[in-house]
Each structure stands twice: as structure tokens, then as C-alpha cells.
Design a protein around this ligand. Structure first.
Ligand SMILES: [Mg+2]
Length: 226
């Protein structure tokens, strides 16, 4: 889909996903596809290749559910202290280009900024400690507190019970196409994706949603209604 800047004059509430949207997904891919299999191989005295196969099977079983995003679940399942392992490499967490500047511009326009993430509260905490982008938000919402993943039917209606919003005047930025699709089913009007959630992997394509390369493409201007 051809890219266009959002019509800011029509939008009051701006929702952002965290991993792959404001933060480079490189960290999470490195963590789950390199570091965790390495640690699992070590604790079980198996090869890294064997470990990766086992772990990919585990991942597939729970993909798209809250367990997939739960550090408690993985700590128990793999018998590895996932929060500590994450903290040990937290300096690799990085913010996507112009994300912070974008947030500050939206804050100056008095847009209501909400972070809506599938990340577990413990992961969110590690990322809050590591970067400065979280001060811009009115609220940080982990889907774990609503007991539904963002891609699950009913999530966006349930979100209304803790954060009432007008779906016709709300924009969501999220790198996950299944999440955007579910938000669309639940009537969120403005849905923007991310072209390359992991800076070191290939881009994604979408015929359904505009995809952001760099947040400066979305900066409010006179043309976008402000
Ligand atoms: Mg994401």
C-alpha cells in the first residue's frame, strides 16, 4: 500500500506497540533465537542445533497466545532465568530511528499517547529502565493485565474497559500484521504498520496497511492537517 502521513487533525489518541515498532526487534530476535537456545543447550548438555530445534517447537506451540510473551512461562518451561538473561544483554536494546522525536512532537500537539504491548510486565520494566521513550506516555498497558493478547478476538474492546477511546479518532502503530488485522475487525480507524521491525532482517510487505520506514514520514505538518 502506498505510504501516506496520518491525518493528524482527525486523531486524538495515538497507540504504539513497543517491540518492532518503537524499539528495534533485533534485540528480541537475538535474545530468543540466539541467546536462549545457547543457554538451553548449555543447561541440557546438547548441541546448539538440537537446542534450536527443540526451542522452535516450543515457540510454535504457543505463538499468538499470552504464554508466548510471558517471561514467567519461559522461565518455568525452559528452567532458565529469563529476566536475568535479558538484563545481562539489556544494553543491546535500541530505539528505532526518530521514534523519540516523533513522540515529543505528538506530545506537543497534546495527543494522548498510550503504549499497548504484548510484552510481559517484567520485560516492559527492563525496557523502561533502558530507554527514555516511556516518559511520553499517559499509560503503559501490558496485554497481560487484560488477559488477552492483542491479536486475540475481543482485545480492543476489552481495552476500552481500562482506557476508553474513540476508535474513529485513534491511530495504532504496530509491526504485527495479525494485531493490525484484529484492531481493524474491532473498528480502529487508523492502522499503520512498520516496514522493517528488525533492522537486520528483510522488510515485510502489506497490501492492507501503510508501512512506516522511518517515523519522520509521519511527522505532523500543515498538509496532514496541523
Ligand atoms: Mg511488536
Amino acid at each position: 500500500m502506498k505510504f501516506k502521513a496520518p491525518p493528524w487533525a482527525e486523531i486524538d489518541t495515538v497507540m504504539f506497540d513497543m517491540d518492532g515498532t518503537l524499539l528495534d526487534l533485533r534485540f528480541d530476535n537475538y535474545f530468543f533465537l540466539d541467546l536462549v537456545p545457547e543457554a538451553y543447550a548449555e543447561t541440557n548438555s546438547i548441541s546448539k542445533e538440537e537446542s534450536l530445534l527443540i526451542i522452535m517447537n516450543f515457540y510454535q506451540e504457543v505463538q499468538g497466545t499470552l504464554n508466548w510473551y510471558s517471561v514467567d512461562y519461559w522461565t518455568e518451561r525452559l528452567k532458565i532465568d529469563i529476566p536475568s538473561l535479558k538484563r545481562s544483554v539489556a544494553d543491546k536494546i535500541s530505539v528505532r530511528p526518530n521514534a523519540e522525536l516523533f513522540l515529543s512532537k505528538l506530545q506537543k500537539l497534546n495527543k494522548r499517547l498510550l503504549l499497548v504491548t504484548n510484552a510481559h510486565p517484567k520485560t516492559l520494566q527492563i525496557k523502561v529502565e533502558q530507554t527514555a521513550i516511556f516518559n511520553y506516555f499517559e499509560h503503559l498497558i501490558s496485554s497481560h493485565s487484560l488477559k488477552l493478547a492483542k491479536e486475540a478476538p475481543g482485545f480492543w474492546k476489552r481495552l476500552q474497559t481500562v482506557e476508553p477511546y474513540d476508535p474513529k479518532r485513534t491511530i495504532l502503530f504496530d509491526d504485527s500484521l495479525p494485531v493490525l488485522r484484529q484492531a481493524k475487525i474491532e473498528q480502529l480507524k487508523y492502522l499503520w504498520g512498520i516496514r522493517r521491525p528488525d533492522s537486520q532482517r528483510e522488510s515485510q510487505v502489506s497490501l492492507e496497511f501503510p508501512l512506516v520506514d522511518d517515523f519522520k514520514q509521519c511527522f505532523p505538518t500543515k498538509i496532514s492537517g496541523l
